[in-house]
Design a protein around this ligand. Structure first.
Ligand code: ZN
Ligand code: ZN
Length: 123
């Protein structure tokens, strides 16, 4: 079977209609306070790995009045937040022997009582 191959000018048809130029999307749609909202690649000072400072995060930072981008990735920031303003030291309760954390470095030889035991001793 021979397939039909169309060569040469076809029958004169209507000229293609040139679409009217639209200017609707010329202006970037920006919300209130939104600057150049685009994902930015940052380098974490905590672990040295690159991380994405997303547009939504940037807006979140801007809403909080923070003009400085985060220096740390989400994992490192979470890690720092868990330590809430200071280091935590793991100690063992002298009464129930359960491990718990204290916000100060434990002295050697010092005995610690966890909150539960301390509350029980007081009652
Ligand atoms: Zn990190
Ligand atoms: Zn205890």
């Amino acid at each position: 079977m021979i397939s039909h191959i169309l060569l040469g000018p076809g029958p004169p048809g209507p000229l293609p209609v040139v679409a009217e130029p639209t200017y609707e999307l010329q202006h970037p749609v920006a919300g209130p306070g939104a600057g150049s909202a685009a994902d930015r690649l940052m380098l974490c000072v905590g672990c040295g790995r690159p991380f994405v400072f997303t547009a939504s995060e940037q807006r979140f930072f801007a809403e909080k009045g923070l003009n400085v981008p985060p220096k740390r990735c989400l994992g490192c920031r979470r890690e720092r937040k868990r330590g809430s303003g200071g280091a935590s030291f793991s100690v063992t309760c002298s009464r129930c022997w359960r491990p718990f954390t204290v916000p100060f470095p434990p002295r050697s030889g010092a005995s610690f009582t966890c909150e539960t035991c301390a509350a029980g001793a007081r009652a």
